[in-house]
Design a protein around this ligand. Structure first.
Ligand code: NCD
Length: 311
């Protein structure tokens, strides 16, 4: 498939068949990750900048691993070691990076819209690795890929997204992608952690967790985004954990083999119990492995969109 997009800003840009092409490509890279030597020359001579202006463990490491397994040169830049801390604007930092001619910049930034801002101004591909509370397309793609691997298809499945929806880019991108792939989406959160726009989203909203979890096929827990919350939204953290922290008793009426997901980093005992985070139906670590192959697929598709590379 010839890849037509220059940038990945959110999953709303992708058609269902493009998502399937990403999954097929990621599936082929899975075999590579099982070999003793996990490296192919596919992106040799190409370079990608990993520009993370917000903390990250999984996303940054998996992009780095993905680039290296495809033999691309990956260069990392963090906010603390960049000239952003000296007052340089995002645009000037990005133009400086572009002058070094990378094929792509993977950007994480605290501002919603930061990825689009750069995409409109730079010639290289911009891959959004999370912008404020707006979007996290690569996370949504790896979440759906993980479920797709489990079930073969998401069509007709019911998925509950639980927790701090208001401040979560993971929730926003997942609502769009899960609907696109034919799943039914439920949300459960206290009213203060739901965005006003939720009324127009294609979801069913619940305030009671046991009710929300009835007959679901998967529960996706969200971390409380304390770094994005205003004071006063959560008067009592212990009360929140008691009511909205996922425990085994909440999923007694869920479908058998209900899958448990969490994008990480997870706060055990706050949004999820350790018992569920570590249970046999937990896909938390599968999500991490999917992250590597989905990001390999994305780097491959976006960095070779002008042709001339072999998988
Ligand atoms: C998510 C993020 O950064 O938005 N984490 C991730 O990419 N694995 C979720 C979170 O930080 O809560």
């Amino acid at each position: 498939m010839k890849w037509l997009h220059k940038d990945l800003l959110d999953v709303s840009q992708l058609s269902e068949s493009e998502v399937m092409a990403i999954f097929e490509t990621a599936g082929r890279f899975q075999e590579l990750n099982e070999r003793p030597v996990k490296k192919v020359p596919t992106l040799r001579g190409r370079s990608v900048v990993l520009f993370f202006a917000e903390p990250s463990t999984r996303t940054k490491t998996s992009f780095d691993v993905a680039a290296k397994r495809l033999s691309a040169d990956a260069f990392s830049l963090a906010k603390s070691s960049s000239s952003l801390v000296k007052g340089e604007t995002l645009k000037d930092t990005a133009l400086t990076l572009q002058a070094m001619a990378p094929d792509a910049i993977v950007l994480r930034h605290w501002c919603s819209g930061a990825a689009r801002f750069l995409a409109d101004r730079l010639d290289c591909s911009i891959i959004n690795a999370g912008d404020g509370r707006h979007a996290h397309p690569t996370q949504a793609l790896l979440d759906s890929f993980t479920l797709h691997q489990e079930w073969g298809s998401l069509r007709g499945k019911t998925i509950l997204i639980l927790g701090d929806v208001a401040h979560s880019r993971v929730a926003r991108s997942n609502v769009i992608l899960l609907n696109k792939l034919g799943a039914k989406v439920r949300l459960c959160a206290p009213r203060t952690l739901l965005p006003p726009a939720v009324k127009s989203w294609p979801v069913k909203v619940y305030s009671d967790l046991t009710e929300a979890a009835k007959k679901v096929d998967a529960v996706m827990c969200l971390r409380l985004q304390l770094e994005r919350q205003q004071d006063g939204l959560l008067p009592d953290l212990r009360e929140y954990s008691r009511t909205y922290g996922l425990g085994a008793h909440h999923i007694e009426k869920a479908n058998p083999d209900v899958k448990i997901l969490h994008p990480g980093p997870l706060n055990r005992g706050v949004e999820i119990s350790s018992e569920l985070a570590d249970c046999t139906d937990s896909l938390v670590l599968d999500q991490v492995s999917s992250g590597v192959v989905v990001r390999m697929a994305l780097l491959f598709l976006y960095m070779t969109r002008k042709g001339d590379a072999q998988e």
